[in-house]
Design a protein around this ligand. Structure first.
Ligand code: ADP
Length: 321
């Protein structure tokens, strides 16, 4: 085993130990806001609120039963889009959809229902990570029980990004992760879902659903990466309940992005996780597109890939963790 191998293992051990002794509460800032949607809210209004607040998901609250009703995410809007696509004449009905109709929409198009996985904020972060990886959720609501009323209470939510950022700020051993990506089994390199600027955006949305992924790289005819269509981009696309824009090309759809779009992050297979953790610390990155020197697409490194590697990769020759 080389020094680099040994250090890599030491770095991973340090991160795992850290995640075992910290809780989701530790990740939360001292003061934060929590936007919770009542399930009686109209779907189209919820979109405007997300855009105004600059967020992409919100816990749901059923005020009839005073209970937590799951987490509203971009996938739910994508489901509404698919429903519209299958039932284009039902626009008047879709216009009146409330958040509590989403389950029926999901049943109608035969997909999984709203995320209901949650975790107590005092459980170890490691457990929050495992639960997200198992359910493929990118964020998890923190749900506590009020001592007096015994009622559920949504405290906040944590995302994979927040946890990885917390690790990058607090675990100096992330600097020991010096093995290049090419020597690690992390990221996706084959059967990549890709699209071109002229691809209809609806085809891109179908790819997101079919592969349960959150981004599709947009390439030119030579395979050079030009942009990335992200699942969150659908929010701007159907803003205000206008479904006409679903007929646009990927290029036109990307023009609808807000001006403060941070851009896409790339890396190469020669990059190492120490620098990737640096990028996570400094910027709100949601994935890295892996390219070569000629900007040709090589793969996708998602936050779930990084989290999965960090938690689950083998630490020894005997395969033990
Ligand atoms: P996250 O769960 O971090 O939001 P994704 O949903 O994008 O990330 O990724 C889920 C899995 O699918 C990851 O293993 C990732 O490498 C892979 N993946 C992401 N985008 C693509 C794509 N366009 N084509 C094929 N696989 C992808």
């Amino acid at each position: 085993m080389t020094v680099v191998d040994r250090e890599q293992i030491e770095g991973l051990r340090a991160i795992r130990a850290f995640l075992n002794v910290r809780t989701s509460y530790d990740v939360l800032p001292l003061s934060y806001r929590l936007i919770v949607f009542d399930t009686a809210l109209l779907v189209k209004k919820s979109l405007n609120i997300l855009i105004q607040c600059g967020i992409v998901s919100a816990p749901l609250w059923d005020s009839k039963t005073s209970t937590f009703a799951g987490l509203l995410t971009v996938s739910d809007y994508i489901n509404v889009i698919q429903y519209y696509w299958q039932n284009p004449d039902a626009l008047a009905q879709i216009d009146q959809f409330k958040l509590n109709s989403l389950r029926e929409v999901e049943r109608a198009i035969g997909v999984n229902t709203i995320e209901t996985v949650s975790i107590h904020p005092l459980r170890p972060l490691y457990e929050a990570c495992t639960r997200m990886l198992q359910s493929r959720a990118r964020r998890i609501p923190l749900v506590d029980v009020d001592d007096e009323t015994q009622r559920e209470m949504v405290v906040s939510l944590v995302t994979q990004y927040r946890i990885l950022k917390f690790v990058s700020v607090n675990v100096k051993e992330t600097q020991m992760l010096k093995k290049p990506l090419r020597d690690l089994h992390v990221g996706s390199y084959s059967n990549l879902a890709i699209a071109h600027m002229e691809t209809p955006v609806m085809d891109v949305i179908h790819m997101l659903v079919k592969k349960n992924i959150s981004c599709v790289p947009i390439l030119d005819s030579q395979g050079t990466v030009l942009n990335v269509f992200e699942a969150v981009d659908v929010i701007a696309l159907i803003k205000g309940g206008d479904y006409e824009k679903l007929n646009l090309s990927a290029a036109k759809a990307l023009e609808l992005r807000s001006e403060d779009f941070p851009g896409i992050y790339t890396c190469t297979i020669n990059d190492r996780l120490d620098t990737i953790f640096d990028t996570i610390r400094k910027s709100r990155v949601h994935r890295l597109v892996i390219i070569d020197e000629a900007k040709q697409l090589k793969g996708v490194l998602s936050l779930s890939d990084i989290l999965d590697y960090t938690l689950n990769s083998s630490l020894g020759d005997d395969g033990s963790q």
